[in-house]
Design a protein around this ligand. Structure first.
Ligand SMILES: NC(=O)c1ccc[n+]([C@@H]2O[C@H](COP(=O)([O-])OP(=O)(O)OC[C@H]3O[C@@H](n4cnc5c(N)ncnc54)[C@H](O)[C@@H]3O)[C@@H](O)[C@H]2O)c1
Length: 385
C-alpha cells in the first residue's frame, strides 16, 4: 500500500487523484492534505471521510504515514513544496509548471540530486497521450527525413481564457507568466519531438481582451442552457478554482497576458513558430512539421494525425490514435504510469529535468516578450551543467 499526502487539493488534484486511486486498485490511498483555502479544505474533507486535514506544509511532509507528496498548489508555491517534500524523504508528483523562476527550478533540481533514490514526476499529461506517441514514433521512424521547420499552437475558447483571467492565473506572483502556466506542456512536447533545445527565442504578446473596459462583451450573448453568461461559464462550471481568488475575467487586477506569438531556433537548426491566444472561436492545439521526406500535421483536439510523403501524387495517411481531447485522452495512461512508479519503482517518463527544460523555454519566451529582445538561451542551459 502506498499512501499520498497532497499539497493544494484543487480541481487538478481531484482529477489526478481520482484516476491514480482508481488505477491503484486498492494499493494506493490518499491519506492527508494541506490546502490554504478553508473552503477547499472543507469540501475535500467532506468528500473524503477519514482523510487527515493538515494545518501546514511541515505537518504534511513530516507525516510518517505517507510515502508520496502530490503537489497541486498555485505554481509559485511548487518550489517550496517540492523541496520540503524531498527533504522529508518523500517521493513527489508535481503538477506543471515545475516552478515559476529560474532560481526555483534550479533549487528543485538540486534537491532531486541530493535525494536520487526518491522519484520525482511532473504532470506533463500530453506526453502520455497515444496521439503524441504516434507522432513521435513516426518521427523516430524517419518518416519526416530531417525536420526543417514547424509551427505549433494552442488557441483557447474565450470562456476558457476567461477562467484563466478570472482566477489566480491572472497574476505572475501566483502563477508565473501565462506562457509558462498554460503552454509549458507545448514547450515540453516541442523539446521531446525535436530532440533539441532552443538556442535563441523571440516573442511578442500582450493583454488585449480580458480588460475591465471590455466587460460589455459579457452582455453580447444570451445566458446559456447551463444558466451562466458566456464569459462566466469557465469559472462557474469547474475550471480551476483557487476559490478565494475568483473575480470577473474583465478586470485590470492582473499582469499576465492573453495572446502571444513566438519564434524559436533550435540548437539543431530546426526553426519553430508558436501562437497562443485566449479568444478563439476555432480551437486548435496543433503541430505542423515539415521535413526533407515528408510532412506531419496533427491536432490533438480532433485526434486526427496526417502524414504526407514528399513526391509525385503523394497519398496522405490519416490516423486517429485518440478521440479528440485537449489533454490527449491521457489522464488514465498517466495515472497508470504514476501507479507503476509508486508500486514498482518504474521511472516516470516526465522528470524534474523535463519540467525544468520546458520551464526554461517558457521563461526565456517571457524574457523576450518583456525585453523586446532576442534571448540567447545559452546561459539557461549552462546553468544546468
Ligand atoms: N497537467 C495539467 O494538465 C494541469 C491542468 C490544470 C492545472 N494544472 C496545474 O495544477 C495546479 C493546480 O491547478 P488547479 O487548476 O487545480 O487550481 P485550483 O485553484 O483549483 O487548485 C489549487 C489549490 O491549491 C491551493 N493552494 C494554493 N496555494 C497553496 C499553498 N501555498 N499551500 C497549500 N495549498 C495551496 C488552493 O487553495 C487551491 O485549492 C497548478 O500548478 C496548475 O498549473 C495542471
Amino acid at each position: 500500500m502506498k499512501r499520498i499526502g497532497v499539497l493544494g487539493y484543487g480541481r487538478r488534484m481531484e482529477t489526478v487523484l481520482r484516476n491514480v486511486v482508481q488505477s491503484g486498485r486498492g494499493q494506493v490511498r490518499v491519506e492527508a492534505f494541506y490546502d490554504t483555502s478553508e473552503k477547499t479544505a472543507a469540501r475535500i474533507a467532506a468528500a473524503n471521510p477519514g482523510i487527515r486535514v493538515c494545518r501546514s506544509v511541515a505537518e504534511l511532509v513530516g507525516l510518517d504515514t505517507i510515502d508520496w507528496v502530490f503537489i497541486g498548489s498555485f505554481n509559485a508555491a511548487h518550489r517550496d513544496h517540492a523541496v520540503a517534500a524531498l527533504e522529508a524523504g518523500k517521493h513527489v508528483f508535481c503538477e506543471k509548471p515545475v516552478a515559476t523562476t529560474r532560481a526555483h527550478c534550479l533549487d528543485i533540481l538540486a534537491a532531486c540530486r541530493r535525494h536520487p533514490r526518491q522519484s520525482f514526476g511532473v504532470g506533463f499529461v500530453l506526453r502520455y497521450s497515444a496521439f503524441y506517441r504516434q507522432m513521435k514514433q513516426w518521427i523516430d521512424a524517419g518518416r519526416l527525413g530531417e525536420l526543417i521547420s514547424l509551427e505549433f499552437n494552442e488557441t483557447l475558447a474565450p470562456y476558457h481564457g476567461a477562467a484563466m483571467h478570472g482566477n489566480w492565473r491572472r497574476r505572475t506572483a501566483w502563477s508565473g507568466p501565462m506562457i509558462l502556466e498554460k503552454c509549458c506542456h507545448d514547450m515540453d512536447i516541442l523539446l521531446w519531438l525535436t530532440g533539441s533545445r532552443p538556442a535563441r527565442v523571440a516573442s511578442f504578446g500582450g493583454l488585449n481582451f480580458f480588460k475591465a473596459k471590455n466587460a460589455h462583451y459579457n452582455d453580447l450573448y444570451p445566458v446559456g442552457p447551463n444558466g451562466y453568461r458566456y464569459y462566466d461559464r469557465g469559472l462557474a462550471t469547474g475550471f480551476a478554482v483557487g476559490e478565494e481568488h475568483n473575480i470577473t475575467p474583465f478586470n485590470d487586477d492582473k499582469d499576465t497576458v492573453d495572446n502571444q506569438v513566438a519564434i524559436l531556433e533550435m540548437e539543431n537548426e530546426v526553426r519553430a513558430s508558436f501562437h497562443y491566444c485566449m479568444h478563439s472561436a476555432q480551437l486548435e492545439r496543433r503541430f505542423y512539421m515539415c521535413g526533407t521526406r515528408g510532412t506531419i500535421r496533427g491536432d490533438v483536439l480532433t485526434g486526427r494525425l496526417e502524414y504526407t510523403p514528399v513526391g509525385w501524387d503523394p497519398q496522405t495517411e490519416v490516423v486517429r490514435p485518440i478521440a479528440g481531447n485537449d489533454h490527449g485522452n491521457a489522464e488514465e495512461p498517466m495515472a497508470h504510469d504514476v501507479v507503476e512508479c509508486m508500486l514498482r519503482g518504474t521511472p516516470l517518463p516526465t522528470t524534474a529535468e523535463d519540467g525544468v527544460r520546458a520551464a526554461f523555454v517558457s521563461l526565456a519566451l517571457e524574457e523576450a516578450r518583456v525585453s523586446g529582445q532576442v534571448v540567447d538561451m545559452r546561459p539557461y542551459w549552462q546553468s544546468l551543467t
